[in-house]
Design a protein around this ligand. Structure first.
Ligand SMILES: Nc1ncnc2c1ncn2[C@@H]1O[C@H](COP(=O)(O)OP(=O)(O)OP(=O)(O)O)[C@@H](O)[C@H]1O
Ligand SMILES: [Mg+2]
Length: 463
């Protein structure tokens, strides 16, 4: 039986007025739906085709054997041109059920950025993920992936706030920091599920002791709800899988430095690789932080500064903050200081340091990929291929090729064409910096027991 909200509840009364129910005759959602449908001469089958729900489901809702979800109610409102009348009743019903179950409506999104710029196409792609969500069986999962500091979290949070403002995910939003990319220090799904269950109001004694049971309890809680789950900074697919909801009303946005190989074949996931900002947007971001008047005073210097920061949002923000805090008089002065590539790695503000952001990705690499990464810092030119990688690192070509694939999956290099990769300028500077350290030299490193030194000239470059 549908648990109706308390009789005389104002939202139900308003909804009944809007659906044309006679005043003073309290009706259930199902009775109102049937009355409205038949008044419009719609058979069950015809109506089912309009709302994209099964006729059996509609019949059960009409006879009170099944509770209407908010998604179903929205479809009814659309098909019957009833404003938001049915949605209001279904929301009131759900709220009453939630109160009975001690359900908490979480709103965990961190604040959006004041100066968010660009990313229009990515925001549109994420919007597309929402459309028709309630009509599908699978839970949509968007994986925003890209190099350190490129703006994955900022994009996910910006989009989530926009979606909530537009009325999506009325049952709540969960935001979880998964502490990737190093698998050793990443959050364990067991602990994360405990936090999630507590966040939705599960009493401690009802939180199971086994990981899989926790996952099942979490899915049960989400069933029939329209919730957003933002899983920030995921290490790998194994960490994500137990956290995914099973109910199609929910949606998931994952951010990760990895492309999360292994996730796509198992869930309805869409990959959104995020590149650096384009030149005008990078300049706009600097201008937004330092103030447009100051930026307009010397647009040429701002453009040079944006390029020296590799148009990477984290570097751009750190550089702009330096100007704001008056450590540098102007964009021109800072751009001049950042001319040597290594100086760019020291961009920092408080406890946020550009080099540290790169280091966490580097530390997550296996030994051989780390060796190859360091070696790439010594290669001249922008294009990287297997032969030059093998030659500079002393790693056999097949293994060098595998390591390049690993580095691409971690967004430390990007595929350029079938034969070549590219490396972001700042990452190249970081790799060269590592190679220049006493035990970081790729030729001398003994990653897999071989102490090859194939390129003494390049090794001396690193010294
Ligand atoms: N489009 C944008 N507009 C304005 N600021 C942005 C934008 N994208 C990112 N930023 C800012 O750049 C910095 C780095 O962004 P963010 O933390 O989202 O990167 P990330 O890709 O999630 O990094 P990580 O890989 O370390 O998790 C933050 O200060 C963020 O607010
Ligand atoms: Mg992030």
């Amino acid at each position: 039986m549908i648990r109706e909200p308390a009789q005389g509840s104002s939202s139900t009364q308003r909804a009944q007025e809007r659906t044309g129910s006679p005043a003073g005759t309290p009706a259930t959602f199902g009775q109102l739906l049937r009355a409205h449908r038949t008044r419009r001469g719609l058979s069950l089958t015809r109506f089912a085709a309009l709302v994209h729900f099964d006729p059996g489901h509609i019949s059960k809702v009409e006879t009170g054997k099944r509770s209407p979800s908010v998604g179903f109610a929205k479809a009814c409102d659309r098909a019957l041109h009833a404003g938001d009348a049915f949605t209001a009743i279904a929301s009131a019903l759900e709220a009453a059920t939630r109160r009975q179950q001690g359900w908490v409506r979480p709103a965990q999104l961190p604040a959006a950025k004041r100066h968010f710029v660009g990313r229009h196409e990515d925001l549109r792609r994420l919007d597309g993920l929402l459309q028709g969500r309630e009509r599908r069986l699978a839970v949509p999962v968007a994986v925003v992936n890209g190099p350190p500091g490129v703006g994955k979290t900022a994009l996910a949070v910006q989009w989530a706030h926009r979606a909530v403002q537009d009325g999506h995910f009325p049952d709540g939003q969960l935001f979880v920091s998964l502490q990737g990319p190093e698998p050793d220090t990443a959050a364990a799904p067991f602990d994360v599920l405990g936090d999630l269950l507590r966040a939705v109001g599960t009493p401690p004694e009802r939180i199971p002791a086994q990981r899989d049971q926790r996952a099942a309890t979490f899915r049960s809680y989400l069933h029939g709800r329209e919730m957003l789950l933002v899983l920030d900074n995921a290490a790998d697919a194994r960490q994500i899988r137990p956290l995914l909801p099973g109910s199609p009303g929910c949606a998931v946005v994952v951010t990760s430095r990895s492309r999360l190989p292994g996730l796509m074949p198992l869930v309805d996931a869409v990959s959104l690789p995020l590149p650096e900002l384009c030149q005008p947007e990078a300049a706009q971001l600097i201008g937004a932080v330092i103030g447009q008047v100051r930026a307009d005073a010397d647009p040429g210097a701002v453009a040079v500064l944006a390029e020296r920061c590799g148009r990477l949002p984290l570097a751009l923000v750190l550089a702009a903050e330096r100007i704001v805090s008056r450590q540098h008089r102007s964009a021109e002065a800072l751009a001049a200081e950042l001319k040597p590539r290594q100086a760019r790695l020291n961009l920092a503000e408080g406890d946020v340091v550009l080099r540290d952001a790169f280091e966490t990705s580097y530390k997550a690499l296996d030994e051989q990929s780390a060796r190859v990464f360091r070696g790439l810092g010594l290669l001249p030119g922008h294009l990287i291929d297997v032969a030059s990688t093998a030659s500079v690192t002393g790693v056999p070509p097949e293994e060098a090729s595998l390591s390049l694939c690993n580095l691409a999956a971690a967004h430390l290099v990007q595929r350029h064409d079938e034969r070549h990769y590219r490396m972001h300028d700042l990452l190249r500077a970081y790799a060269a910096d590592l190679a220049g350290r006493p035990n970081g030299d790729p030729g001398r490193a003994t990653a897999n027991g071989r102490a090859a030194d194939p390129m003494p000239a390049l090794n001396s470059l690193a010294a």
